[in-house]
Design a binder for this molecule. Structure first.
Ligand SMILES: C[S@@+](CC[C@H](N)C(=O)[O-])C[C@H]1O[C@@H](n2cnc3c(N)ncnc32)[C@H](O)[C@@H]1O
Length: 230
């Protein structure tokens, strides 16, 4: 059917363009993990509800969305936490421009956005929860290549997590989803307790500290961890 052929051609063109865009970003930006900005409103309702049940709805609550993309995660969190201070950071200035454009149409001085490639600039011990969702992955690993080194470095993953851990208050919550590496393989893991598991996404290959593809993993993965108090 000519109509569907055109649609397929259009889809392939768009996909190719997206891949070229991603690879440009990868070359241009040191520290980049997932280059794709895929997101949507209320993408993680179970985790957001879990955060609310654990932290409560308190005006002193401070949340960080690391890799916030175009802001949907932050604006969704606002619905769960109407009083909290919520900050979104993303490496991609175009994403943050879109976040700020949306924020400018609201009256909410307890939301903020910044361009940043890491959490190193955030206040130490400043956050009750950090969300790092679909950031520590790379869309071009979807074919399960035997090594991830050309797209994702374990050292960078561990370093970024160490910076996020510094931002958390003692007892603060770390939420991780869809990573290509396991938090439990990092040296930080013994400073955190596992609080919650969720079904693993089957299309996400998992790599070890040596950046080699691991055997198929258990059906559940850790998604919420609490930073130990001492
Ligand atoms: C797939 S989106 C995830 C958006 C949202 N967290 C979600 O789960 O819906 C990944 C985002 O991570 C951002 N990102 C990748 N590497 C980053 C880094 N080193 N620092 C901050 N943001 C980064 C990308 O720009 C992109 O917007």
């Amino acid at each position: 059917m000519p109509g569907s052929t055109h649609l397929i051609t259009l889809y392939r063109f768009a996909k190719g363009t997206d891949a070229r865009y991603a690879s440009l970003w990868r070359r241009a930006l040191p520290g980049l993990f997932q280059p794709f900005a895929t997101t949507r409103m209320d993408r993680y309702p179970t985790l957001f509800l879990f955060a609310l049940a654990t932290l409560g709805n308190d005006p002193s609550t401070r949340l960080l969305s690391f890799g916030c993309s175009t802001g949907e995660e932050v604006f969704s969190l606002r619905r769960y936490f109407p009083q909290a201070v919520i900050r979104g950071i993303d490496i991609n200035p175009r994403n943050i421009a879109r976040c700020r454009a949306r924020l400018s149409r609201l009256t909410d001085d307890r939301l903020s956005f910044a361009v940043a490639a890491s959490a190193a600039g955030e206040e130490a011990g400043g956050y009750d929860a950090v969300f790092a969702m679909a950031v520590f992955r790379h869309g071009e690993l979807g074919d399960f290549p035997p090594l991830c080194s050309h797209l994702l470095r374990f050292d960078a993953f561990e370093q970024a997590l160490a910076e996020l851990a510094v931002c958390l208050k003692p007892g603060g919550l770390l939420f991780l989803r869809h990573a290509n590496c396991r938090f439990t393989d990092t040296r930080l893991a013994n400073s955190f307790d596992l609080l919650l598991e969720a079904p693993r996404h089957p299309a996400t290959p998992i790599y070890g500290r040596d950046e080699r593809l691991l055997a198929p993993q258990p059906a559940l993965e850790g998604v919420a961890f609490r930073k130990r108090v001492s």
